[in-house]
Design a protein around this ligand. Structure first.
Ligand SMILES: Cc1cc2nc3c(=O)[nH]c(=O)nc-3n(C[C@H](O)[C@H](O)[C@H](O)COP(=O)(O)O)c2cc1C
Length: 146
């Protein structure tokens, strides 16, 4: 099965997990970046609020053709209990009918309260959620050095 891992990271933890998974599955890896260079403060305000409201954010144009893959794995950090806003931007770009696996990286609080709503968003796009994983990274909020 042709698989792509598409992920957003702010602090680097989701990137590490995505890279590990890409090696394990021999999958293509693609990092989504926001258009705006977000600060740590900007991650909390308004980022956390936008996450809770399932608001999307402007991202750099995707240079990957998601249509070319049978399976799409999406990785994203948890902000305020919800996937970070870049997740919503990824979901908007999902082609119809794909098999989706999700992994959400949180400091430790998990994403239980938003899980069913997150799955519903993907199903609304005509895709199937094949798996959902909460990863507790133990990483404190911080911005990754590029
Ligand atoms: C704005 C913001 C909000 C966060 N909210 C939560 C939260 O609600 N629950 C939690 O367990 N961790 C929370 N965290 C911690 C991150 O989810 C955790 O550090 C995760 O590993 C970050 O992934 P990343 O390094 O790929 O960005 C938050 C971090 C940030 C920056």
């Amino acid at each position: 099965m042709k698989t792509v891992i598409i992920y957003y990271t702010f602090g680097g933890a989701t990137k590490r997990e995505a890279e590990r998974l890409a090696k394990e599955l021999n999958a293509q890896l693609y990092r989504v970046k926001e258009t705006h260079n977000r600060s740590l403060l900007g991650a909390f305000i308004p980022g956390g609020l936008w996450a809770m409201r399932r608001k999307s954010v402007s991202i750099q144009p995707l240079s990957v053709d998601l249509n070319a893959y049978d399976q799409i794995i999406i990785g994203c950090p948890v902000w305020a209990g919800y996937p970070a806003p870049a997740f919503n931007a990824i979901v908007q770009r999902l082609p119809n009918g794909k098999r989706i696996e999700l992994f959400l990286c949180s400091g430790g609080g998990g994403s239980q309260k938003s899980e069913s709503g997150t799955k519903a968003l993907i199903e609304k796009k005509g895709c199937t959620v094949a798996s959902y994983r909460d990863i507790h990274t133990g990483v404190k909020p911080g911005k990754m050095k590029e």
